[in-house]
Design a binder for this molecule. Structure first.
Ligand SMILES: [Fe+2]
Ligand SMILES: [Fe+2]
Length: 271
Protein backbone atom coordinates (compact mmCIF):
# COMPACT_ATOMS: atom_id res chain seq x y z
CA UNK A 1 0.00 0.00 0.00
CA UNK A 2 1.47 3.27 -1.08
CA UNK A 3 -0.95 6.04 -0.15
CA UNK A 4 -1.69 4.85 3.37
CA UNK A 5 -5.42 4.66 2.61
CA UNK A 6 -5.53 1.17 1.22
CA UNK A 7 -6.20 -0.49 -2.08
CA UNK A 8 -9.55 -0.54 -3.79
CA UNK A 9 -11.39 -3.86 -3.51
CA UNK A 10 -12.07 -4.73 -7.14
CA UNK A 11 -12.64 -8.01 -8.95
CA UNK A 12 -11.92 -9.10 -12.48
CA UNK A 13 -12.37 -12.17 -14.64
CA UNK A 14 -9.92 -13.47 -17.21
CA UNK A 15 -12.82 -14.73 -19.34
CA UNK A 16 -13.04 -17.13 -22.29
CA UNK A 17 -11.67 -20.64 -21.73
CA UNK A 18 -10.67 -20.07 -18.12
CA UNK A 19 -14.05 -18.64 -17.23
CA UNK A 20 -15.78 -21.51 -19.04
CA UNK A 21 -13.84 -24.02 -16.96
CA UNK A 22 -14.74 -22.20 -13.78
CA UNK A 23 -18.42 -22.06 -14.82
CA UNK A 24 -18.34 -25.78 -15.45
CA UNK A 25 -16.98 -26.39 -11.95
CA UNK A 26 -19.63 -24.24 -10.31
CA UNK A 27 -22.66 -23.99 -12.65
CA UNK A 28 -24.87 -22.79 -9.79
CA UNK A 29 -23.62 -19.20 -10.17
CA UNK A 30 -25.09 -18.76 -13.65
CA UNK A 31 -28.24 -20.63 -12.64
CA UNK A 32 -29.33 -17.83 -10.25
CA UNK A 33 -32.35 -15.78 -11.40
CA UNK A 34 -30.18 -12.78 -12.33
CA UNK A 35 -31.95 -9.77 -13.79
CA UNK A 36 -35.20 -10.31 -11.90
CA UNK A 37 -34.77 -7.66 -9.21
CA UNK A 38 -37.37 -4.91 -9.54
CA UNK A 39 -36.16 -1.78 -7.82
CA UNK A 40 -39.28 0.30 -8.57
CA UNK A 41 -40.71 1.74 -5.38
CA UNK A 42 -37.58 1.23 -3.33
CA UNK A 43 -36.15 4.56 -2.13
CA UNK A 44 -32.75 5.52 -3.54
CA UNK A 45 -31.07 5.60 -0.12
CA UNK A 46 -32.30 2.07 0.61
CA UNK A 47 -30.86 0.84 -2.68
CA UNK A 48 -27.55 2.52 -1.86
CA UNK A 49 -27.57 0.83 1.55
CA UNK A 50 -28.21 -2.54 -0.08
CA UNK A 51 -25.34 -1.95 -2.55
CA UNK A 52 -23.06 -1.23 0.40
CA UNK A 53 -24.25 -4.31 2.29
CA UNK A 54 -23.66 -6.69 -0.62
CA UNK A 55 -20.29 -5.13 -1.49
CA UNK A 56 -19.29 -5.52 2.16
CA UNK A 57 -20.50 -9.12 2.05
CA UNK A 58 -18.34 -9.79 -1.05
CA UNK A 59 -15.34 -8.35 0.77
CA UNK A 60 -16.00 -10.51 3.85
CA UNK A 61 -16.26 -13.62 1.68
CA UNK A 62 -12.95 -12.66 0.06
CA UNK A 63 -11.36 -12.40 3.50
CA UNK A 64 -12.85 -15.71 4.51
CA UNK A 65 -11.33 -17.21 1.34
CA UNK A 66 -7.89 -16.09 2.58
CA UNK A 67 -8.64 -17.57 6.01
CA UNK A 68 -9.69 -20.90 4.41
CA UNK A 69 -6.55 -20.97 2.23
CA UNK A 70 -4.28 -20.25 5.23
CA UNK A 71 -5.99 -23.03 7.20
CA UNK A 72 -5.65 -25.43 4.27
CA UNK A 73 -1.90 -24.85 4.17
CA UNK A 74 -1.64 -25.43 7.92
CA UNK A 75 -3.67 -28.66 7.63
CA UNK A 76 -1.17 -29.97 5.08
CA UNK A 77 1.79 -28.87 7.19
CA UNK A 78 0.53 -30.74 10.27
CA UNK A 79 -0.39 -33.80 8.20
CA UNK A 80 -4.02 -33.85 9.25
CA UNK A 81 -6.01 -36.86 7.95
CA UNK A 82 -6.05 -36.78 4.17
CA UNK A 83 -9.82 -37.01 3.81
CA UNK A 84 -10.27 -34.14 6.26
CA UNK A 85 -7.81 -31.99 4.27
CA UNK A 86 -9.59 -32.92 1.04
CA UNK A 87 -12.84 -31.65 2.51
CA UNK A 88 -11.20 -28.36 3.48
CA UNK A 89 -9.65 -28.05 0.01
CA UNK A 90 -13.12 -27.23 -1.29
CA UNK A 91 -13.60 -24.29 1.04
CA UNK A 92 -11.49 -21.63 -0.74
CA UNK A 93 -13.44 -22.39 -3.94
CA UNK A 94 -16.74 -22.12 -2.06
CA UNK A 95 -15.70 -18.71 -0.74
CA UNK A 96 -14.72 -17.56 -4.23
CA UNK A 97 -18.18 -18.49 -5.45
CA UNK A 98 -19.66 -16.51 -2.56
CA UNK A 99 -17.51 -13.51 -3.47
CA UNK A 100 -18.92 -13.61 -6.98
CA UNK A 101 -22.52 -14.10 -5.83
CA UNK A 102 -22.38 -11.14 -3.43
CA UNK A 103 -20.55 -8.91 -5.92
CA UNK A 104 -23.13 -9.70 -8.58
CA UNK A 105 -25.94 -8.89 -6.15
CA UNK A 106 -24.35 -5.45 -5.73
CA UNK A 107 -24.18 -5.13 -9.53
CA UNK A 108 -27.87 -5.99 -9.84
CA UNK A 109 -28.60 -3.11 -7.48
CA UNK A 110 -26.60 -0.62 -9.53
CA UNK A 111 -22.97 -1.46 -8.76
CA UNK A 112 -20.49 -2.10 -5.99
CA UNK A 113 -19.49 0.64 -3.57
CA UNK A 114 -15.98 1.69 -2.63
CA UNK A 115 -14.04 -0.45 -0.16
CA UNK A 116 -10.40 0.32 0.62
CA UNK A 117 -8.33 -2.34 2.28
CA UNK A 118 -4.81 -3.39 3.15
CA UNK A 119 -4.12 -6.74 1.44
CA UNK A 120 -1.29 -7.38 3.94
CA UNK A 121 -3.66 -7.14 6.89
CA UNK A 122 -6.50 -9.41 5.85
CA UNK A 123 -6.14 -12.12 8.48
CA UNK A 124 -4.27 -12.59 11.73
CA UNK A 125 -1.65 -15.25 10.99
CA UNK A 126 -0.84 -18.00 13.47
CA UNK A 127 2.28 -17.66 15.58
CA UNK A 128 5.15 -19.02 13.42
CA UNK A 129 7.03 -20.34 16.44
CA UNK A 130 4.28 -22.83 17.34
CA UNK A 131 4.58 -26.42 16.14
CA UNK A 132 2.54 -27.21 13.00
CA UNK A 133 -0.34 -28.94 14.79
CA UNK A 134 -0.93 -26.15 17.28
CA UNK A 135 -0.52 -23.52 14.56
CA UNK A 136 -3.21 -25.28 12.57
CA UNK A 137 -5.46 -25.73 15.61
CA UNK A 138 -5.19 -22.00 16.34
CA UNK A 139 -6.36 -21.08 12.84
CA UNK A 140 -9.14 -23.67 12.92
CA UNK A 141 -10.40 -22.39 16.29
CA UNK A 142 -10.39 -18.74 15.25
CA UNK A 143 -11.65 -19.10 11.67
CA UNK A 144 -13.91 -22.14 11.90
CA UNK A 145 -14.97 -22.89 15.49
CA UNK A 146 -15.76 -19.21 16.07
CA UNK A 147 -15.98 -17.44 12.68
CA UNK A 148 -17.69 -19.95 10.44
CA UNK A 149 -19.72 -21.70 13.15
CA UNK A 150 -21.21 -18.37 14.18
CA UNK A 151 -21.92 -17.07 10.69
CA UNK A 152 -24.00 -20.08 9.63
CA UNK A 153 -27.10 -19.65 11.82
CA UNK A 154 -26.99 -15.93 11.01
CA UNK A 155 -26.86 -16.59 7.28
CA UNK A 156 -29.67 -19.08 7.62
CA UNK A 157 -31.75 -16.47 9.47
CA UNK A 158 -31.09 -13.92 6.74
CA UNK A 159 -31.99 -16.49 4.09
CA UNK A 160 -35.33 -17.21 5.80
CA UNK A 161 -36.02 -13.47 5.97
CA UNK A 162 -35.36 -13.05 2.24
CA UNK A 163 -38.50 -12.74 0.16
CA UNK A 164 -37.34 -11.92 -3.33
CA UNK A 165 -36.32 -15.01 -5.38
CA UNK A 166 -32.87 -13.63 -6.29
CA UNK A 167 -31.43 -12.86 -2.83
CA UNK A 168 -33.20 -15.98 -1.61
CA UNK A 169 -31.42 -18.13 -4.19
CA UNK A 170 -28.05 -16.45 -3.53
CA UNK A 171 -28.33 -16.80 0.25
CA UNK A 172 -29.67 -20.35 -0.11
CA UNK A 173 -26.59 -21.35 -2.07
CA UNK A 174 -24.24 -19.76 0.46
CA UNK A 175 -26.05 -21.45 3.37
CA UNK A 176 -25.79 -24.82 1.60
CA UNK A 177 -22.00 -24.50 1.16
CA UNK A 178 -21.43 -23.11 4.63
CA UNK A 179 -23.05 -26.05 6.42
CA UNK A 180 -19.84 -28.08 5.90
CA UNK A 181 -17.63 -25.15 6.93
CA UNK A 182 -19.44 -24.83 10.25
CA UNK A 183 -18.96 -28.41 11.41
CA UNK A 184 -15.42 -28.73 10.04
CA UNK A 185 -13.72 -26.93 12.93
CA UNK A 186 -15.11 -29.28 15.55
CA UNK A 187 -14.38 -32.38 13.45
CA UNK A 188 -10.76 -31.22 13.27
CA UNK A 189 -10.65 -30.60 17.03
CA UNK A 190 -12.07 -34.04 17.76
CA UNK A 191 -9.18 -35.53 15.79
CA UNK A 192 -6.51 -33.19 17.19
CA UNK A 193 -7.47 -33.17 20.87
CA UNK A 194 -5.49 -36.22 21.90
CA UNK A 195 -2.33 -34.51 20.59
CA UNK A 196 -2.96 -31.31 22.55
CA UNK A 197 -1.89 -30.95 26.17
CA UNK A 198 -3.27 -28.59 28.77
CA UNK A 199 -1.08 -25.63 27.82
CA UNK A 200 -2.03 -26.10 24.14
CA UNK A 201 -5.69 -26.01 25.09
CA UNK A 202 -5.12 -22.89 27.19
CA UNK A 203 -3.52 -21.27 24.14
CA UNK A 204 -6.53 -22.23 22.00
CA UNK A 205 -8.88 -20.86 24.65
CA UNK A 206 -7.11 -17.51 24.49
CA UNK A 207 -7.37 -17.49 20.71
CA UNK A 208 -11.10 -18.27 20.88
CA UNK A 209 -11.55 -15.47 23.41
CA UNK A 210 -9.79 -13.06 21.10
CA UNK A 211 -12.13 -13.92 18.21
CA UNK A 212 -15.21 -13.79 20.43
CA UNK A 213 -14.21 -10.33 21.67
CA UNK A 214 -13.87 -9.18 18.05
CA UNK A 215 -17.39 -10.46 17.39
CA UNK A 216 -18.70 -8.54 20.43
CA UNK A 217 -17.17 -5.39 19.02
CA UNK A 218 -18.98 -5.91 15.71
CA UNK A 219 -22.28 -6.36 17.51
CA UNK A 220 -21.71 -3.17 19.48
CA UNK A 221 -21.34 -1.24 16.26
CA UNK A 222 -24.48 -2.85 14.76
CA UNK A 223 -26.35 -1.86 17.93
CA UNK A 224 -25.07 1.69 17.73
CA UNK A 225 -26.07 2.09 14.09
CA UNK A 226 -29.29 0.15 14.47
CA UNK A 227 -31.71 3.02 14.00
CA UNK A 228 -30.13 4.24 10.82
CA UNK A 229 -29.39 0.86 9.33
CA UNK A 230 -32.60 -0.96 8.77
CA UNK A 231 -35.02 0.22 6.16
CA UNK A 232 -38.24 -1.75 6.27
CA UNK A 233 -39.17 -1.32 2.62
CA UNK A 234 -35.69 -2.19 1.42
CA UNK A 235 -35.26 -4.89 4.04
CA UNK A 236 -38.39 -6.64 2.84
CA UNK A 237 -37.50 -6.32 -0.80
CA UNK A 238 -33.78 -6.92 -0.66
CA UNK A 239 -33.52 -9.25 2.28
CA UNK A 240 -31.75 -8.92 5.49
CA UNK A 241 -32.82 -9.32 9.05
CA UNK A 242 -33.90 -6.49 11.24
CA UNK A 243 -30.91 -5.73 13.45
CA UNK A 244 -32.72 -6.56 16.73
CA UNK A 245 -33.65 -10.02 15.47
CA UNK A 246 -30.13 -10.44 14.12
CA UNK A 247 -28.50 -9.56 17.44
CA UNK A 248 -30.80 -11.85 19.42
CA UNK A 249 -30.03 -14.77 17.10
CA UNK A 250 -26.33 -13.89 17.15
CA UNK A 251 -26.13 -14.06 20.96
CA UNK A 252 -27.95 -17.41 21.04
CA UNK A 253 -25.76 -18.81 18.26
CA UNK A 254 -22.58 -17.75 20.04
CA UNK A 255 -23.69 -19.70 23.09
CA UNK A 256 -25.01 -22.83 21.30
CA UNK A 257 -22.70 -23.13 18.30
CA UNK A 258 -19.44 -21.75 19.66
CA UNK A 259 -19.03 -21.51 23.43
CA UNK A 260 -20.73 -24.74 24.44
CA UNK A 261 -19.03 -27.00 21.84
CA UNK A 262 -15.62 -25.47 22.66
CA UNK A 263 -16.09 -25.92 26.42
CA UNK A 264 -17.30 -29.49 25.82
CA UNK A 265 -13.92 -30.18 24.19
CA UNK A 266 -11.99 -28.81 27.13
CA UNK A 267 -11.03 -25.51 25.48
CA UNK A 268 -11.08 -23.02 28.35
CA UNK A 269 -12.79 -19.83 27.16
CA UNK A 270 -13.78 -16.88 29.29
CA UNK A 271 -15.09 -14.29 26.81
FE1 LIG B 1 -18.71 -17.92 2.50
FE1 LIG C 1 -17.35 -20.28 4.76
Amino acid sequence: MSDGKGELFELEMLGEGIERRYRKMRPEVEAMPWGTLDLAGIPANAVLLARKQWTGAAFQEHRTGIACAATLRALLECRAPLDLIAMAARFPMDELVHVELCARMAMELGGGTEILHDPDEMIVEADESLRPLLRCAELVVRFFCVGEALSIPLLRGTWHAARHPLPRAVLGRIVKDEAAHGTFGFTFLDWALEHLDESDRAHLGKQADRSIRAVHKQWASIKKNRLGLYDEVAGDALAWMQSDAYLTLAAKSLEDKVRRPLLARGIPITA
